[in-house]
Ligand binder design. Structure first.
Ligand code: SAM
Length: 303
């Protein structure tokens, strides 16, 4: 679709045209729906219609949105595989006084999506960066979960492999905040099992699935119950996992830590035992690793 001249740009809702006022130069970070197409803001539509250039992950996906609202925006692909090549073009357009919009396939760019380097380099070059906020799965999940929202930590996607995943979970375990993760459906069962093992079986959690879509679902239960529910289930759709903050507990004393380490060592190797007890106690993994070596030395001396 040809791009109309600046000042004549518009978008249409249900066949009713709306003028899109010209934009000041700068990089506009535009949120788009995460499912329900109604979750696009009027400002997002006006921004996409008035932008000189719209950088998007997949031009076919963004074209569905622009066509639905009769927006004649010139689209340019910007994704993890071509970002290094495309970024200079976008920065050159900004230097030329253009209004450049960035969108991802769904939700808010930069939130587990491309855009961080572009924004960092635009800021470093002195260009205006203007967020146009809207949907993001992590915020939709928090809004409906019923877990504390005063302090939360968004941890993105966990590593796909168990050892790295457990290590990452152990590093997060003692943080006094609701934890938020994105997860792929085929890994949901394994991720929940690791969360139950490392963060605690009884810790409250929520699986938020297919948010804003027809089959939206919130499943609220302790981690062990969620892990059991999803252990062998064939799950479909998009998923956010939220985990409640750890219950405030008296710090375990040295004897209790030694007992936890000995119990963990009966079933796991040294590294894994240190990771597990770090998750449960909140103590640094390195300190626990050293303590295991001490315990093993003492045991050898006694033998
Ligand atoms: N930038 C997006 C945002 O602001 O939410 C996230 C992009 S990330 C590549 C995609 C992941 O977000 C999915 O794998 C899923 O974990 C989560 N997600 C996206 N849409 C969702 C939805 N409708 N319901 C639940 N989770 C969703």
């Amino acid at each position: 679709m040809p791009h109309p001249p600046a000042g004549k740009r518009s978008f249409a809702i249900d066949g009713h045209a709306h003028a899109a006022p010209p934009l000041a130069p700068g990089l506009y970070i535009v949120a788009t729906p995460i499912g329900h197409l109604g979750d696009v803001t009027l400002r997002a539509l006006a921004t996409l219609a008035a932008a000189d250039l719209v950088a998007c992950e997949d031009t076919r996906i963004t074209a569905r949105l622009t066509q639905r609202y009769a927006i004649a925006a010139p689209l340019l692909a910007y994704h993890e595989h071509n970002a290094a090549r495309q970024r200079p073009k976008l920065l050159a357009a900004l230097a030329d006084g253009k209004a450049v919009a960035l969108v991802s396939d769904a939700g808010t760019p930069l939130i587990s999506d491309p855009g961080y380097r572009l924004v960092a380099e635009a800021v470093a070059a002195g260009h205006a960066v203007i967020p146009v906020p809207g949907a993001s799965a992590v915020l939709a999940a928090l809004a409906g979960a019923g877990l504390p929202t005063d302090t939360f930590l968004f941890a993105g996607f966990l590593p796909p492999r168990e050892t790295a995943r457990r290590k990452r979970l152990a590093a997060l375990a003692a943080i006094p905040a609701t934890l938020a993760f994105y997860e792929a459906p085929q890994r949901l069962g394994a991720a929940l099992a690791d969360m139950a093992a490392v963060l605690g079986m009884e810790r409250r959690a929520v699986v938020a699935r297919e948010l804003t879509k027809t089959f939206e679902e919130f499943r609220r239960a302790p981690l062990a119950a969620l892990a059991a529910h999803y252990a062998d289930a064939a799950v479909k759709g998009e998923i956010v996992i939220l985990v409640a903050p750890p219950a405030p507990a008296a710090a375990p004393d040295d004897a209790a830590i030694d007992a936890m380490l000995r119990a963990a060592l009966r079933e796991h190797g040294v590294a894994e035992a240190a990771t597990l007890v770090a998750g449960r106690s909140g103590l640094p993994r390195r300190q626990l690793y050293s303590r295991i070596l001490e315990l093993q030395r003492d045991a050898d001396d006694d033998a």
